[in-house]
Ligand binder design. Structure first.
Ligand code: FES
Ligand SMILES: [Fe+2]
Length: 344
């Protein structure tokens, strides 16, 4: 990859690549993470593995092959690879052929599975990366939507911390019944690899909040690389709305939304909620794709006022992450607690 590292998706960090249930035992799936092509498989034991999706023999995509007796079989000449990446067999070798394939190996990627989602770290050192998000309550239902956006990772991640777009982009009756802009006061504090809008009482009586049947407390955490965690609590009722960005090839980005709840009654609403979630994400996708074309012509943004402070923070966090990686030092969160005001 080339260009300014600040403008690229971070390497060496965890990215969500899909729902757990889309990775079935004994099956292989091709996954793209930035420019990297990865084959992900699940062993019969349930364990996931992720390897570079390129047969060392002649470059074939192993994801086009199959799993036989726990090994990946390349569909071109049948070379076999174990889930740890080691070459286990080359069927074309004759008995007297002394070709040594002990050193033939596929690059391996770290895989994690949390709260029904699969995450892959594209670099060698995910230990020093922001942790994989998890749901902190026993959920009884989950709804996941994944959309592809023809926009840069930054532009998609910035939409997670951009309060001013909501009134213009997400003006659906069910999300934002009121059309007038009101001044908001929000409190922010640094949190690991990001910042958190500290819990407050939601005053907007949007339909989603009303479903909880009580005045909820809302906490919104943002952390690198592009993770937004919205946690809504009303007594013992919990709702989590998690949004992630993952880099795809050719400047595209996956926009992933995962909602979790612990109210069995919401399970019945799932068929209704899915099209609404799709509409909501589609609103972001449509506007981001058009804005990207403008940024392609001139890649500069003018960030203005307190409604854009979170966007400034995004770049400060990213800059600090890159500095820490480059110097081998610890990541030191550059942010301080702050109150922000804006109209939305
Ligand atoms: S390309 Fe994979 S076995 Fe030949
Ligand atoms: Fe949005």
């Amino acid at each position: 990859m080339t260009g300014d590292p600040l403008r690229r998706a971070l390497d060496d960090v965890w990215y969500c690549v899909g729902e757990s249930r889309s990775f079935r035992p004994g099956r292989l799936r091709a996954v793209r993470l930035g420019e990297e092509a990865i084959v992900v498989g699940r062993e019969e034991s349930g364990a996931l593995f992720a390897l570079r999706d390129r047969c060392p023999h002649r470059g074939m995509a192993l994801s086009a092959g199959r799993m036989v007796d726990g090994a990946i079989v390349c569909p071109f000449h049948g070379w076999q690879f174990r889930p740890d990446g080691a070459c286990a067999a080359i069927p074309a070798l004759a008995r007297r052929d002394d070709a040594n394939f002990a050193s033939v190996r596929l690059a391996r990627f770290a895989v994690a599975e949390k709260s029904g989602l699969v995450w892959i770290a594209a670099g060698p050192d995910p230990e020093a990366a922001p942790p994989v998000p998890e749901v902190d309550f026993a959920y009884c239902g989950q709804l996941v939507e994944i959309l592809e956006v023809e926009a840069s990772f930054d532009l998609v991640a910035l939409s997670f911390v951009d309060p001013a777009h909501v009134a213009y982009v997400h003006d659906s009756w069910w999300w934002r019944p009121s059309k007038t802009l009101k001044e908001k006061v929000k409190h922010f504090a640094p949190s690991p690899y990001g910042f958190t809008m500290t819990s407050h009482t939601a005053k907007t009586a949007s339909l989603v909040y009303r479903l909880l049947g009580a005045v909820p407390e809302v906490e919104i955490e943002f952390r690198l690389p592009g993770v937004r965690l919205e946690r809504i609590t009303a007594g013992h009722k919990r709702l989590a709305n998690y949004t992630f960005a993952s880099p795809l090839p050719d400047g595209r980005t996956a926009l992933i939304n995962a909602m979790y709840w612990n109210l069995p009654v919401l399970n019945a609403l799932k068929p209704l909620a899915r099209p609404l979630m799709r509409q909501f994400l589609g609103q972001d996708r449509d506007v981001l794709q058009v804005a990207q074309r403008g940024l392609d012509r001139k890649p500069a943004m003018v960030l203005m006022g307190e409604s854009d402070v979170q966007s400034q923070w995004y770049f400060s966090l990213k800059r600090e992450f890159l500095r820490a990686r480059e110097t081998g030092g610890a990541f030191v969160n550059p942010l301080a607690p702050r109150e922000l005001r804006w109209r939305s």
